[in-house]
Design a protein around this ligand. Structure first.
Ligand SMILES: Nc1nc2c(ncn2[C@@H]2O[C@H](COP(=O)(O)OP(=O)(O)OP(=O)(O)O)[C@@H](O)[C@H]2O)c(=O)[nH]1
Ligand SMILES: [Mg+2]
Length: 366
């Protein structure tokens, strides 16, 4: 007979392993419970198996000399023990694996909750985590946070300022987001604050709105920049013909009634069909945008073939996750940040580090 040890979390499990291997033709020698080095309690059940059966089940149908010597017996016993030890090690490794899985799952959950609380969507996070499961990144909270920040950094795009061709730039966006104020800042920047002065003209496409023209005209007068108001595509065409030698035409807009929408589409289509002018439609999006509104905003304006995003009211919040989520989802480049009400000072070229630093500050507080 040969003694073989089976290990499981309880005696029943260990004995069942023996029966599964050898059938009922085994006899129980001993059963004991031990605390292993890894601190887990396990049961060792030793059973006695007829030598021939042991050889057959352990090494296949090898013929066996019935008159095996004592040496062979000892060797076989040692093999039995080795096998038992291997089983134990396998068991231990499996449990270790399971416990590290449990740990990395809890790290993922923790980081997911943190990023979601800051406005990043579960959808984007889950997509990231899917490719990370089983990697060392999910074994440490700080590593996982850094990884996600790097991913965000990689996805964010910045649109460089470019004056190589005449520019027609239309700002669109929800009411009160800061379109007119930003137009005024951009006009001042292009006309006075760069390495050379560009010839700038302001156009207003929102003439129906009481006070809209006055607001833009007021800025235009202060800065001594030419200003016109247009209410149809025909007028717009006429204006463009007269404004051929301008470097930059900035178009302010407002409202999103069906009438305005059509006016925007026609204007953009007209300019694009010209082929010589580089028309940029920039969406002005407030840093304070609510998660629930983001999708509607994108739906309302994306038909205009958005070129980039200007982020306004940067100074009004310390939470940039929702905004980042918008950028991650729609992958539009960022062009400028408006960081206050002051014209022309409170305008920055879009800058990933600046945005991420604010986001990380917010995460750290969390
Ligand atoms: N704090 C802060 N206020 C801003 C910023 N940009 C604009 N504002 C203010 O937001 C308000 C609305 O700005 P407007 O430029 O008139 O916004 P708009 O998008 O043109 O609004 P409508 O034409 O009505 O759609 C004004 O009081 C601005 O001074 C900014 O970056 N930070
Ligand atoms: Mg306005």
């Amino acid at each position: 007979m040969i003694n073989e040890t089976f290990v499981a979390s309880d005696p029943k499990g260990a004995y069942e392993q023996a029966v599964q291997k050898y059938g009922n033709d085994v006899s129980l020698v001993s059963a004991k419970q031990l605390k292993y080095d890894d601190g887990v309690l396990r049961c060792e059940v030793v059973i006695a198996v007829p030598t021939e059966l042991f050889m057959e089940k352990s090494f296949g149908d090898m013929s066996m000399d019935n008159s095996s010597s004592d040496e062979d017996e000892t060797l076989l016993e040692e093999i039995g023990e080795l096998k038992a030890q291997l089983e134990q090690m396998k068991d231990g490794l499996l449990e270790l694996d399971e416990s590290s899985n449990v740990e990395s799952n809890s790290i993922i959950e923790e980081v997911k909750a943190l990023f979601m609380e800051k406005g990043i969507s579960a959808r984007w996070l889950d997509e990231m985590f899917r490719s990370l499961i089983g990697t060392p990144v999910v074994e440490e909270t700080s590593l996982l946070v850094s990884y996600l920040i790097e991913e965000i950094d990689e996805i964010l795009k910045v649109k460089e300022e470019d004056f190589s061709t005449p520019k027609v730039m239309m700002l669109v966006g929800p009411t009160g987001v800061g379109k007119t104020t930003t137009i005024a800042k951009l006009a001042a920047r292009y006309a006075y604050l760069l390495d050379r002065p560009y010839k700038v003209v302001l156009l207003n496409l929102d003439s129906y709105k009481v006070g809209a023209i006055e607001q833009l005209a007021h800025y235009a007068d202060i800065m001594q920049i030419e200003h016109h108001s247009v209410s149809s595509v025909e007028e717009f065409k006429e204006q463009l013909e007269q404004l051929v030698d301008y470097d930059v035409i900035l178009i302010d807009t407002a409202g999103m009634s069906p009438y305005d929408t059509q006016k925007f589409i026609n204007t953009v289509e007209f300019v694009n069909s010209d082929g010589t002018i580089n028309m940029e439609v920039q969406l002005v999006l407030s840093a304070t945008v609510k998660y629930e509104d983001m999708e509607d905003i994108y739906k309302n304006f994306s038909f205009l073939n958005l070129d980039s995003v200007i982020i306004s009211k940067f100074d009004e919040t310390r939470h940039f996750g929702t905004l980042l989520n918008f950028m991650l989802l729609y992958k539009l480049p960022m062009s400028y940040f408006s960081i206050g009400q002051e014209v022309p000072d409170d305008l920055l070229l879009a800058n990933k580090e600046y945005l991420l630093e604010h986001f990380i500050g917010d995460i750290d507080e969390g």
